[in-house]
Design a protein around this ligand. Structure first.
Ligand SMILES: [Zn+2]
Ligand SMILES: [Zn+2]
Length: 344
């Protein structure tokens, strides 16, 4: 029955070069849970949906994540779930989510990623209950510094410092993009719109019907860096996160505590908002989002906001459940693009 189910067929195919000058690749982060350790009235536990050009992956999957996905319009057509570590507030939600996917008759494989120990934990999670999954699930244990290669981008796991937990953060790093193609100039030079534009854009010199040779240098600007989004997971401020975050377009860093609980942050392997912001400052990130707040800040995290802003001059966002951040290109004109469809 379920074999004939069509999925993901809606996207219209375009060549890479067409896409590059006609539109931009979307990339956004949606916070599904922003509370540390336990849910509160206002906040669920950790999960973030990373959506790139229609492809959805989850970073962590705390209890209740599936309901947050429904609420905030995140597709269940998730291909990858990446775990930063296996403290229960980061992964209990995967049990229910996998069941629901089975009820829906999912057949597409699911790829699970996590630090050492992921395979054993996921095997136990899969065996709970009596129903069998309707799809194949593969579990991959990541090695910090060894990227997961994807088309047009890579996911780089990096080591973090979360007491004695096996824990990693993840950086999504896009490939360098082609330079900007100048369509006006192309028309002015009489280069006919169509496949020729794409060939020039990709670096080829072409000969026009009248014998003139048009080289990429005539019409294409310098290559442009792709975007970098870094998600720290639970951690003390550490070299791993700092190195992964150099000039990141967005750093999502945990900020479990405020200044007044600095000692507790050290003791429990977490960060204060100020420490996270200090790291963002040192790494020169373009934008900082803080999440994973201790319950005492659940309703009013304004202290964390103030403490972070005192050491980091860039834009600071305090995540709320359901908030979305569009990640703009480094060379984009518009700077602030938080669209967080807000609920009262
Ligand atoms: Zn946590
Ligand atoms: Zn933890």
């Amino acid at each position: 029955m379920r074999a004939s189910q069509p999925r993901g067929a809606a996207r219209s195919p375009r060549s890479a070069s067409q896409r590059d000058y006609l539109s931009r690749v979307s990339l956004s982060v949606r916070f599904l849970g922003t509370s540390a350790s336990r849910p509160t009235v206002e906040r669920g536990v950790s999960s973030i949906a990373l959506v790139r050009e229609g492809e959805t992956m989850l970073i962590d999957c705390g209890e209740g994540t599936q309901r947050q996905m429904m609420r905030w319009g995140i597709s269940f057509n998730v291909g990858d779930i990446l775990f930063t570590h296996f403290h229960t507030d980061h992964f209990l939600g995967v049990l229910g989510l996998l069941r629901t996917m089975t009820l829906q008759g999912r057949t597409e494989p699911m790829r699970i990623w996590g630090p050492k120990g992921a395979a054993a934990i996921m095997r136990r999670a899969e065996g709970l209950g009596v129903e069998r999954l309707s799809f194949a699930m593969t579990v991959h244990e990541v090695t910090p510094g060894v990227p997961i290669a994807r088309k047009e981008y890579a996911i780089l796991p990096f080591s973090v410092d979360h007491r004695n937990a096996m824990a990693v953060g993840y950086a999504l790093i896009e490939e360098t993009r082609l330079g900007r193609f100048d369509p006006e100039h192309a028309r002015a030079l009489g280069v006919p719109e169509g496949p020729l534009w794409g060939r020039i854009h990709k670096g080829e010199a072409v000969t026009l019907d009248d014998g003139r040779v048009i080289t990429p240098a005539d019409l294409v600007g310098p290559t442009r860096p792709g975007r970098r989004v870094v998600i720290s997971g639970d951690t003390r401020p550490c070299a791993g996160t700092r190195e992964a975050s150099v000039e990141a377009d967005l750093l999502v860093h945990e900020a479990t505590f405020g200044d007044e609980e600095e000692a507790r942050a050290k003791e429990t392997g977490h960060s204060t908002a100020r420490e996270a912001a200090q790291l963002a400052h040192e790494a020169g990130v373009r934008r900082l989002a803080l999440t994973h707040f201790s319950a005492r800040y659940s309703r009013d995290p304004s202290d964390l906001d103030r403490e972070a802003r005192s050491v980091y001059a860039g834009p600071v966002t305090l995540a709320r459940d359901g908030m979305e951040i569009d990640v703009s290109y480094p060379d984009a004109v518009a700077s602030d693009s938080t669209t967080g469809r807000r609920e009262a």
